[in-house]
Write a protein that binds this ligand. Structure first.
Ligand code: SF4
Length: 102
């Protein structure tokens, strides 16, 4: 009978800690903007720093904030840059047509 006690205690402890991690993640988790991932996936992902940012993710954040243009990425292909500019234009239009709240 004593042989079942350690797996039972460890299983119960694992379950309680799992529930605790789930609750903490639900209420204290950081939500990332999926648009940053979308933009980063359109960049070459060389992380070369030629744009002046630490990497493609920082460049994606700057593009989303509007503080730089897709031309800042030196190795990006023309068709990828065009697709990125279209995506950014659509985002900008989405922001512009949003009705002002009173
Ligand atoms: S220049 Fe382009 S590929 Fe290089 S880090 Fe900047 S965004 Fe990424």
């Amino acid at each position: 009978m004593d042989i079942f006690l350690p797996p039972l205690v460890l299983g119960l402890l694992g379950f309680v800690l799992g529930v605790l991690i789930f609750i903490i993640g639900k209420y204290f988790g950081v939500k990332e903007d999926h648009r940053i991932d979308d933009i980063e996936n359109m960049l070459p992902k060389y992380n070369c720093g030629a744009c002046g940012y630490a990497g493609c993710r920082d460049m994606a954040k700057a593009l989303l904030s509007g503080s730089c243009k897709a031309d800042g990425c030196k190795p990006i292909k023309k068709e990828d840059k065009d697709a990125l500019n279209r995506y950014l234009d659509e985002l900008l239009q989405g922001i512009q047509i949003k009705p002002a709240e009173k």
